[in-house]
Write a protein that binds this ligand. Structure first.
Ligand code: AMP
Length: 191
């Protein structure tokens, strides 16, 4: 099973990704988590990524693409994976297409969590106070939403046109949303 999960920052992608990946026995690969791990470890990749992340901007495609290419080539991703937070730009979609066709595989579905934007901002402010994330100040939260709208929301139509889009209501309890996602994937006949 090869899946991607999309949705604006704060939609609960990461949480859902973990549950869905567990259900299918595939790794959940979060580009945001990989970047954060590199920032914590002080690697050159982390140093490069950090200035973009702290400002709520996207890390440049060339940095992100090669990181994903390496990650999905690892053994645990051989039979499938769930990408959380990638692709995020039209250029990344093309890059992922290339990675998949090189490997002779294809995506099964692109899940998008739809949420109420106001509720999201509240959720992110709450999370910022718990996790103390440098990219979760109110100004950065707004910037991240804006960038999502400009650069990532257009991907929804791309995957819809390919017949891969699985739209799920992301509001409500975590387990309810997980149920909806699993059911929606199963309804496609691929899950
Ligand atoms: P996330 O945890 O998915 O919200 O990602 C946190 C931050 O990591 C984002 O705001 C970006 O700065 C960076 N990031 C994660 N994934 C990508 C991506 N696919 N392309 C560019 N930047 C990314």
């Amino acid at each position: 099973m090869r899946l991607i999960i999309m949705g604006p920052p704060g939609a609960g992608k990461g949480t859902q990704a973990t549950f869905i990946a567990e259900k299918y026995g595939i790794p959940a690969i979060s580009t945001g988590d990989i970047f954060r791990a590199n920032v914590s470890a002080g690697t050159p990749l982390g140093l490069e990524a950090r200035r973009f992340m702290d400002a709520g901007e996207y890390v440049p495609d060339e940095v992100t693409n090669s990181m994903v290419r390496n990650r999905i080539a690892e053994n645990d991703a051989a039979t499938g994976f769930l990408l959380d937070g990638y692709p995020r730009t039209v250029a990344q979609v093309a890059e992922l297409d290339g990675m998949l066709s090189d490997a002779g595989v294809a995506l099964d579905a692109a899940v998008v969590l739809t949420v109420d934007p106001e509720a999201i901002v509240q959720r992110l402010l709450h999370r910022a106070s718990i996790e103390n994330r440098a990219d979760d100040t109110e100004e950065v939260i707004r910037r991240r939403q804006e960038i999502y709208g400009e650069q990532t929301a257009p991907l929804i139509d791309v995957y819809r046109e390919r017949g891969l889009l699985v739209e799920v209501d992301g509001m409500g309890q975590v387990d309810e949303v997980t149920e909806r996602v699993l059911e929606a994937i199963s309804d496609t006949g691929r899950g």
